[in-house]
Write a protein that binds this ligand. Structure first.
Ligand code: COA
Length: 182
């Protein structure tokens, strides 16, 4: 059984989330070029490529909802949710449940990795998503070799269901079910 350590709830409450804006794209461009991002997110894109990828989601967030995660009000990470069904591009083609959301995230500053902050951030974002009663469960799909991310998601309440093939290659599909009502 997962236990909540003293102070864990206080840490979770220090996180907030705001929608990504076009004014954030130079900052995001800087973040995605950092080695701890390129290790898992691939080659660093140009600013024009960042604008081409994230701009449409900023303008129309119905499928993908990009966010900046804030810790004590300061930019801390990029985090996005998406509606799995209808993703297109070969993603989640068998999904028929419109209530399934997915999440992807990376912490901006390498010095902040491995300190429990990612787990608290993911817990805070999951709680925000489950506040929408239409959301049935939340998935995430780390690279099976990304042991740090997998451990983080386990601690945040996700369970591995098996490997899946995605347009980005083999991924470990992990699911967080909606908590039972008290
Ligand atoms: C993935 C990410 C968001 C997790 O956040 P985080 O703050 O680093 O994670 P946490 O500190 O909360 O938890 C990490 C856990 O993994 C463990 N861990 C760290 N490195 C590990 C490794 N190489 N192998 C196994 N476990 C490892 C830590 O010990 C910790 O577990 P513990 O608390 O049981 O000791 C963050 O590491 C990140 O942004 N990474 C860079 C980009 C990335 O991988 N993004 C995710 C793509 S799916």
């Amino acid at each position: 059984m997962q236990t909540t350590l003293p102070g864990a709830d206080a840490l979770i409450r220090r996180f907030s989330f705001r929608p990504l804006t076009r004014a954030d794209l130079p900052l995001l461009h800087d973040w995605v070029a950092r080695p701890h991002w390129t290790e898992w997110w691939g080659e660093a894109p140009s600013l024009a490529e960042v604008e081409a990828e994230y701009g449409p989601w900023i303008d129309d967030p119905r499928q993908v909802q990009p966010h900046i995660a804030l810790l004590d009000g300061e930019p801390f990470a990029y985090i996005q949710s998406y509606v799995a069904m209808g993703s297109g591009g070969g993603w989640w083609e068998d999904e028929t449940d419109p209530g399934v959301r997915g999440i992807d995230q990376s912490i901006a500053d390498a010095a902040q990795l491995g300190r429990g902050l990612g787990t608290a951030m993911v817990k805070a974002f999951v709680a925000k998503l489950f506040a929408d009663p239409r959301v049935t469960h939340i998935q995430t799909d780390p690279d099976p070799r990304n042991a740090r991310a997998i451990r983080c998601y386990e601690k945040a309440g996700f369970r591995a269901t098996g490997e899946v093939q995605t347009p980005d290659g083999t991924a470990l599909l992990m699911i967080c079910r909606r908590p039972a009502p008290p």
